[in-house]
Design a protein around this ligand. Structure first.
Ligand code: HPA
Length: 281
């Protein structure tokens, strides 16, 4: 189903009724990573179910609230939890929140996600700044920008070569160095899920150049870049991808959530540090 301007207007109106704050920064906080939004000053909390058109998150570790408030000198709107394709939503539905952030005035989007480590140098609890992605889901035709182009938002054909903002990545590197946090940089592969990958799939994803694999983010980046937002994204490595058959190992959602507690303090330090230094919002 394609959304109409009426749908966008209705959602924006409900949010604006709750707060006078005008966010310029959007945050999307992924699996087990939502607690940063609880620290916003002057915060207003809007459950997703109160916003017309907004997809509900049905997954454990995603609390399903929009939080608007102040953080490090910026007004931010934070999604505590997101919806995924594997929950049965369309690409347009899972990216509706990014369109709403655009209409709220967001110019810069910072996304986080939980991801499996493909790169054998990555350990559980590490962070990876995205410098590029391979959107296997989008490349095969499940892409939120398919359909009539919203020309009032952006162009039909968009370039993706500058998707992960150079200045924001530089700030993230600087903050990581100041806090002595290991921050890898690499390519995120987006799959639909909900299953984790087979060992053969993992070996394939390494060959095509992936460093981390997950089930989100690329769709949101497409819609954000279509709207001209500057984007930064960071994965928390929650598990090391298994590339061998006949071991006793397997991936699970429990290990993804457990690793979140290791990742949150480091990710919080990076995001707050970047916002403290970031002027262009
Ligand atoms: N694969 C896909 N998505 C994920 C993983 C994974 O190993 N870990 C966390 N999200």
């Amino acid at each position: 189903m394609a959304y109409t301007h009426e749908d966008y207007k209705n959602a924006v109106a409900v949010i604006r009724q709750q707060t006078q704050l005008e966010p310029r920064i959007g945050l999307v906080l992924g699996s087990g990573l939502g607690t940063l939004a609880d620290t916003l000053d002057d915060r207003v909390i809007i459950p997703y179910e109160n916003i017309p058109g907004w997809p509900q998150s049905t997954v454990e570790g995603h609390s399903g609230r929009l939080v608007i408030g102040r953080l490090e000198g910026h007004v931010v709107v934070a999604q505590q939890g997101r919806a995924h394709l594997y929950e049965g939503y369309t690409p347009q539905e899972i990216t509706f929140p990014i369109r709403i952030m655009h209409f709220l005035g967001v110019k810069t989007l910072i996304l986080t996600n939980a991801a499996g480590g493909l790169n054998t140098n990555f350990r559980v609890g590490d962070l990876m700044l995205l410098n590029d992605h391979i959107n296997l889901v989008g490349m095969t035709g499940t892409n939120p920008l398919i359909g009539p182009n919203e020309a009032s938002i952006g162009e039909r054909f968009i370039g993706m070569a500058q998707s992960y903002d150079r200045e924001l990545r530089q700030l993230a590197r600087q903050v990581a160095a100041e806090h002595d946090i290991t921050l890898h940089e690499g390519v995120y592969v987006c799959l639909s899920g909900p299953n984790f990958e087979t060992p053969a799939e993992i070996r394939m994803l390494r060959i095509i150049g992936g460093d981390a694999v997950g089930m989100s983010t690329a769709h949101e980046v497409l819609v954000a870049r279509h709207a001209g937002m500057r984007v930064m994204a960071c994965s928390g490595i929650t598990n090391e991808a298994i590339s061998e058959i006949d071991t006793d190992l397997d991936a699970s959602h429990e290990e993804v959530l457990d690793a979140g507690t290791m990742i949150v303090p480091k990710l919080t330090a990076i995001l707050k540090g970047v916002l403290r230094l970031y002027q262009d919002a």
